[in-house]
Design a protein around this ligand. Structure first.
Ligand code: KG4
Ligand code: ZN
Length: 333
């Protein structure tokens, strides 16, 4: 039976709502939070407060865009975790209240599974099984996706996430937060002149904390010789850092594809917006006769469209939760 699902995402610093009908996206609204830029990272208390201010206008916006009223909604899906507790609480409470008021089912969604299922929104879609590299500000995982409800984490970061590697490098370079998109832009004008070591980590796990230290030491050494080193070489530094992060990610992704004999590789999460990563994934797949799947920009960073897609699969399976549900900040796949 076709369903109309309202989805809510509030795990970090984007308040987002979406409406999906029969697996087709009717409307999507995302309200970011500029306030964190001045602090160089997300301040949890401020994020929670901003979600409280933004959630009603964002939901009103998507209902209007879709030409619907609350009575037209068949179920409400929301991000249960992982994420910041105060942020998750706002979306969870709103979803529970909406479901109760409309007397409709409630669907809880894992944010990391939803990032992956963003691939099922628009064509071309991968078929199951495929492997997804999920890279965001809080997570870095390689996941074997057997079906929407059967995902196996093959490896993940032991310390910093790939997005943090971009953001922390940007902080050291004096770039605004979040630095990922800025480094991406600068890297296009630069050359890979500086090399950094690739960490030796077993299996499909990652580590970015050693790279962070290597970059810090590199910058300190060069600034001692030339106080304007960063300003004069920001393009080449950005290109070199971006390329080593991509090397670290793709070495493990390629290894997993070969070991599990999978010929469809996907990327998801905020860092999958990176133009260098997108181009290198496409090249890797072309060389090997594999297929690459790269989501549209609006479905890379945090958005409720992906929550709606995950909610759609759960709706089909009658996988509903009741009003006793609470946020899970450390929820796992
Ligand atoms: O998935 P996301 O929106 O939020 C989390 O769940 O973390 O990811 C945000 C992360 C930030 O670290 C940001 O710097 C990074 O994604 N990011 C990028 C780019 N766009 C966003 N990193 C590299 N290149 C980009 N173009
Ligand atoms: Zn995310």
């Amino acid at each position: 039976m076709p369903s109309t699902i309202l989805a809510i995402e509030s795990s970090c610093d984007d308040t987002s709502a979406a409406i999906m009908h029969d697996a087709k996206m009717l409307s999507l609204g995302v309200s970011g939070q500029k306030i964190h830029a001045q602090y160089g990272g997300v301040v949890p208390e401020l994020a929670s407060r901003a979600h409280q201010q933004q959630i009603v206008p964002v939901v009103d916006f998507v209902l209007k865009e879709a030409g619907l009223t609350p009575k037209d909604i068949d179920a409400v899906a929301f991000t249960q975790g992982p994420g910041l507790l105060g942020s998750l609480l706002v979306g969870t409470s709103f979803a529970k209240g909406f479901a109760l008021a409309q007397n409709i089912p409630l669907i809880s969604v894992n944010h990391m599974e939803a990032h992956i299922l963003a691939h099922m929104i628009d064509d071309p879609k991968p078929s199951f099984p495929f492997i997804c590299l999920t890279v965001s500000g809080g997570h870095t995982q390689i996941v074997l996706v057997n079906s929407p409800s059967d995902m196996i984490v093959l490896g993940e970061t032991l310390d910093d996430a790939a997005g943090e590697a971009f953001d922390k490098t940007g902080k050291m370079m004096g770039l605004p937060y979040p630095a990922g998109p800025v480094i991406d832009r600068l890297a296009k004008e630069g050359q890979r002149l500086y090399s950094f070591p690739i960490p030796k980590i077993d299996g499909y796990n990652f580590s970015f904390s050693g790279l962070k230290t290597a970059i810090r030491n590199f910058l300190i050494k060069h600034i001692k010789e030339d106080a304007d080193f960063i300003e004069n070489h920001k393009e080449d530094i950005s290109r070199s850092v971006q390329d080593i992060i991509i090397d670290i990610l793709l070495i493990k992704l390629e290894k997993a594809a070969r070991a599990y004999n999978i010929d469809q590789l996907a990327i998801a999460g905020g860092v999958s917006a990176n133009s260098g990563l997108r181009a290198r994934l496409e090249a890797l797949c072309q060389e090997n006769g594999w297929k690459s799947f790269i989501p549209a920009f609006r479905y890379c960073t945090d958005n409720a469209g992906m929550i709606a897609m995950a909610g759609h699969y759960k709706f089909e399976n009658n996988a509903f939760v009741d009003q006793s549900i609470t946020p899970q900040p450390r929820m796992k796949i």
